[in-house]
Design a protein around this ligand. Structure first.
Ligand code: FEO
Length: 395
């Protein structure tokens, strides 16, 4: 279903209300997502991006109801990932000679996925494409946002930045625009998206934001490839990205643990109590890892100045849930975060040492050797766990 953004620019994407996992099962999408595709109808007709492959036929059929597909002059592929390029094979069967404008890396990713030698037109930052009526598309490479092949496309005169993944959210909405949706949901999903996908590229993003801002292009609308279109104060999400890309943290300490017989859980609660006693202003949150959504937890890690990880000793090591979670944290390359470890044990007691090793390897700053407790914590040990919490708060 085509929806008008401006008289000459329409949304022709797909709202996926049912999506609950993205990137296979790596990313939870509690609120679904959208695959935004855009149609520009000036003297030239331009299609920007498509949709995920399960919706390819539906997409092409819907598009064919809106326009004669043969009238599409240019296709812009801002990014080769299948959630945006997935309908290209079905579309290109209908219009095989239509030029596809994309980066050199996108030629690689599109050929690598679809094994087709389409009419690729390679563009780089600053290249322009005249689309008539005095309007141009200007391309800006956005390598690593989200893949090395990514770029953004700017439409002059209408001042629309088609930013692809950048500034997006996995958030299904029929309302289209940022001012028409629940703001808490919107900013939570925007932050979750940043924390789980873009954090490793913060340094690149800082440079890119500076580069884009230095172009001094007026931006009236940011049309992302997922979630809402930012038309009301679009720079608010750019400013959020500037904040988030600069080793973002809030006054929060997050305790994440797994437990077998609730001893490590008891430690988590006492450590939290100690943190609260030492610093009543700090936000303390406790999560039982297997009962939580890991992507929501990553969002909490993103907000935290300190992360406290707990596991009992199991098979001379730690529970796999904790090991897997720290691996996820490592991949995201968080900067400027402190960490601490704790856990119960019955016999050998390696868990705390193992956690500390993994946290250090993940680039977090370990505050000390951690807190270990043999068997279930008695009152004396609970008091010590509380003291350990106070130490974490002051670290
Ligand atoms: Fe939404 Fe990197 O694709």
């Amino acid at each position: 279903m085509k929806k008008e953004i401006k008289s000459n620019v329409s949304w022709v994407g797909k709202v996926d209300w049912e999506l609950r996992h993205f990137h296979g099962h790596e990313y939870s999408t509690h609120k679904g997502s959208t695959y935004n595709s855009y149609l520009i109808q000036e003297e030239k007709t331009v299609l920007i991006d498509t949709v995920w492959s399960p919706f390819a036929e539906e997409f092409v059929e819907n598009l064919a109801k809106e326009i004669d597909l043969q009238k599409i002059d240019y296709i812009i592929a801002n990014h080769g990932e299948v959630d945006h390029s997935g309908a290209l094979p079905a579309l290109m069967e209908r219009i095989p000679d239509t030029p596809i404008y994309c980066t050199a890396n996108a030629v690689k990713s599109l050929k690598g996925q679809y094994h087709q030698d389409w009419n690729f037109q390679v563009v780089k930052t600053g290249d322009k494409l005249d689309i008539g009526n005095g309007k141009e598309l200007i391309f800006v490479e956005m390598a690593m946002l989200h893949w090395p092949d990514s770029m953004a496309t700017y439409l002059t005169k209408d001042n629309i930045l088609f930013s692809n993944d950048a500034f997006g959210q996995h958030y299904a909405t029929e309302s289209l625009f940022n001012d028409l949706v629940d703001q808490c949901d919107l900013f939570y999903e925007s932050m979750k998206y940043y924390a789980n996908i873009l954090v490793p590229f913060s340094q690149i993003l800082r440079r890119k934001l500076d580069e884009v801002l230095a172009l001094n292009l007026p931006i009236d609308i940011i049309a992302t490839s997922h979630g809402v279109i930012w038309r009301d104060n679009p720079m608010q999400i750019v400013n959020k990205y500037v904040e988030w890309a600069n080793d973002y943290q809030e006054n929060q300490i997050t305790i994440i643990y797994d437990t077998m017989w609730n001893g490590t859980k008891r430690l988590a609660e006492k450590i939290a109590e100690g943190i609260g006693l030492a610093d009543p202003d700090v936000v303390v949150k406790i999560y039982n890892l297997p009962k939580s959504d890991v992507n929501d937890l990553i969002t909490e890690v993103f907000k935290s100045k300190t992360v406290v990880l707990g596991s009992p000793t199991f098979s001379n090591s730690i529970l796999h849930s904790v090991a897997g979670f720290i691996q996820l944290v490592k991949g995201l390359k968080f900067k400027n975060k402190k960490a601490a470890a704790f856990g119960c044990y019955g016999w050998s007691g390696e868990a705390v040492k193992v956690i500390n090793g993994l946290l250090k390897d993940a680039g977090l700053h370990i505050i000390d050797d951690g807190f270990r407790n043999q068997w279930n914590p008695d009152e004396d040990q609970q008091a010590k766990a509380l003291e350990y919490g106070m130490k974490i708060a002051k670290a």
